[in-house]
Design a protein around this ligand. Structure first.
Ligand SMILES: Nc1nc2c(ncn2[C@@H]2O[C@H](COP(=O)(O)OP(=O)(O)OP(=O)(O)O)[C@@H](O)[C@H]2O)c(=O)[nH]1
Ligand SMILES: [Mg+2]
Ligand SMILES: [Zn+2]
Length: 304
């Protein structure tokens, strides 16, 4: 049975790319019809039923499934933020990074719209993340700053682009592969946010078989409800070196005495704003756990 890759899902129709690079429209069989069964990125077995229509018979084993964005078989994530328009926001960046750390994939950060601020300011925005240990590139789709560096990173990877709406995800893909001509949309001046121009995930094969890139819809709000408070510190990668010095096993680096992480913050080895974001997210997660606990208690009462 032939195998193809799902590149887009629109209105119940599944667009599959076959080995020859042709696109076939398909519908899934039986149980696979359920929304979310077949994902963009999936390799699927299909059978032609008409000259131009196919039926998806099964999904090949996946290497990974991401929940947000909801796609499969990714090898790398590129987090996109803008220096300006929408506003630059360290707290939201850290929120996205926490989510991405749970995926255990190669992570790249692009600070886009570098043409809108001074070169120096742009580098200042990116530098802390480089020091923390991330690969961070300043880009501009207007001046093509960072284009070659970005292209190099994309080579032989299946890269998903994620980040808020309006930061230039689709524009960046157009920059590295102009033939895609993806739709882009101006940021609303009134609310300073993107307009959710990209509505669904789409997988695009890079020229000359150099890998894949996924365009995805932006999102501005991100709850950390997929994480337990105990696992949060692991998502702040620069804490790892200092956690081993905490006196208490299971230290949450909050009020505990002899905490290696807090000592590193005080010694200027961890950025204080990163630690503040950690505490802020920890509060959020604790609150979520409390609510979950209360709800399960109420359910137990009801069953009695
Ligand atoms: N000045 C400047 N504007 C840019 C740059 N990149 C993108 N834009 C503009 O920013 C706006 C948003 O770009 P999009 O590519 O649609 O943003 P997106 O991240 O795909 O947004 P969603 O699809 O809504 O998630 C468009 O008006 C682009 O022309 C850049 O490097 N510099
Ligand atoms: Mg877009
Ligand atoms: Zn600690």
């Amino acid at each position: 049975m032939p195998v193809g890759r799902v590149i887009r899902i629109i209105g119940g129709f599944y667009y599959i790319m076959n080995n020859q690079g042709e696109t076939i429209v398909a519908v899934p069989r039986g149980k696979l019809k359920l929304t979310g069964s077949v994902l963009v990125g999936d390799l699927v077995d299909y059978e032609m039923i008409l000259a131009e229509q196919a039926v998806i018979e099964g999904i090949c084993p996946r290497s990974i499934v991401l929940k947000r964005p909801f796609v499969s078989n990714v090898t790398q994530v590129a987090l996109i933020f803008a220096h300006k328009n929408p506003d630059f926001n360290y707290q939201l960046i850290d929120r996205f990074l926490v989510m991405l750390e749970t995926y255990n994939l190669k992570t790249l950060i692009l600070f886009n719209k570098s043409d809108l601020i001074d070169l120096e300011r742009a580098e200042e925005n990116a530098e802390p993340y480089r020091r923390i240990g991330y690969q961070a590139i300043c880009t501009s789709t207007k001046t093509h700053q960072g284009k070659l560096q970005f292209l190099e990173k994309l080579c032989f990877e299946a890269t998903v682009l994620t980040g808020p709406s309006g930061v230039g995800k689709s524009a960046l893909i157009n920059m590295v592969a102009p033939s895609f001509q993806l739709k882009t949309g101006a940021v609303s001046e009134k609310i300073g946010r993107g307009r959710h121009t990209t509505r669904e995930a789409q997988l695009l094969p890079l020229p000359e078989g150099n890998g894949y890139i996924f365009d995805t819809p932006g999102f501005t709000q991100l709850d950390l409800d997929f994480l337990s408070p105990r696992d949060l510190a692991d998502c702040f990668i620069e804490f790892a070196k200092y956690k081993t010095e905490c006196h208490f096993l299971g230290c949450l680096h909050q009020q505990e005495p002899a905490c290696g992480v807090k000592a590193a913050v005080e010694a200027g080895k961890i950025y204080p704003w990163r630690y503040e974001h950690y505490l802020m997210f920890l509060d959020e997660l604790n609150e979520l756990e409390d609510r979950k606990y209360l709800r399960s208690g109420r359910n137990r009462e009801k069953r009695r």
